[in-house]
Design a protein around this ligand. Structure first.
Ligand SMILES: Nc1ncnc2c1ncn2[C@@H]1O[C@H](COP(=O)(O)OP(=O)(O)OP(=O)(O)O)[C@@H](O)[C@H]1O
Ligand SMILES: [Mg+2]
Length: 225
């Protein structure tokens, strides 16, 4: 099977230090993979490289078998808009827009009619238990509500790949499970490949396997007897 997303030999230096040193990572369609590792091990950087926000110094990135890392910036931006969904670690919703306006943004930017965009956004907000704040500005909702809005926005355009950086970091256990359920449901029903960054073993357990980074390298799992 062709991987939905694959990075091979990914290497990048930032600020004079090697942050990724030959990372191989591959996700099949419908697979939820937990990406773990200590703070500073390169998890967020790896998400930035596989999504084309950063260009690797060495190595390749393929999306459904097509090489994408060497495409021009505009083409990589377009791929990010259409084929990826993001939940970024430090939030990137537009604070002046309402929650539902933020969620429908990926659809509006790709030409989906307003009525349909609004309906799809509203359905996801409902699924994530934040329908009641849909018409509030992001600056006027709680951190956990904003985080769930970010998850809805990452899923609303049914992207091939979702990259989620600590998507449950600001959530209590029960609310976090709603988010994880939504991600797993997207994987199971739509074949979305999900790369889920987390520090918590309890969250990592929602993935079908775990990729651990340490000092910019993939840690080889110890062999089970
Ligand atoms: N733009 C940058 N310039 C210089 N160094 C950077 C830059 N971005 C990240 N780094 C460094 O690269 C290393 C990996 O950072 P990264 O953000 O990928 O870690 P992480 O695994 O996501 O950590 P955390 O769990 O704390 O989010 C760190 O040492 C960090 O300081
Ligand atoms: Mg990080």
């Amino acid at each position: 099977m062709t991987a939905a997303l694959a990075g091979t030999g990914l290497t990048i230096g930032l600020g004079g230090a090697e942050v990724l040193r030959g990372v191989d990572v591959s996700l099949d369609a419908g697979e939820v993979v937990a990406l773990t590792g200590p703070s500073g091990s390169g998890k967020s950087t790896l998400l930035h490289v596989v999504s084309g926000l950063l260009r690797p110094d060495a190595g390749t990135v393929t999306l459904a078998g097509e090489r994408v890392d060497h495409l021009p910036d505009a083409a990589r931006s377009d791929l990010r808009l259409r084929r990826f969904g993001f939940v970024l670690q430090f939030g990137d919703l537009v604070p002046e827009l309402t929650v539902v306006e933020n969620v429908e943004l990926p659809l509006r930017l790709t030409g989906v009619r307003h009525r349909e965009a609004r309906a799809r956004a509203a359905a996801l907000l409902d699924e994530l238990d934040v329908a009641h704040v849909a018409h509030r500005r992001v600056s006027e909702v709680s951190g956990g509500q904003a985080q769930r809005a970010a998850v809805a926005r990452a899923l609303v355009h049914e992207p091939a790949v979702v990259l989620a950086d600590e998507p449950t970091g600001a959530l209590d256990t029960v609310t976090g499970e709603r988010v994880l359920e939504a991600l797993v449901r997207a994987a199971e029903t739509r074949g979305t490949a999900v790369l889920l960054v987390t520090h918590e073993a309890r969250v990592a357990a929602w993935g079908s396997r775990e990729v651990r980074l340490r000092d910019g390298r993939v840690e080889t799992p110890s062999v089970a007897w």
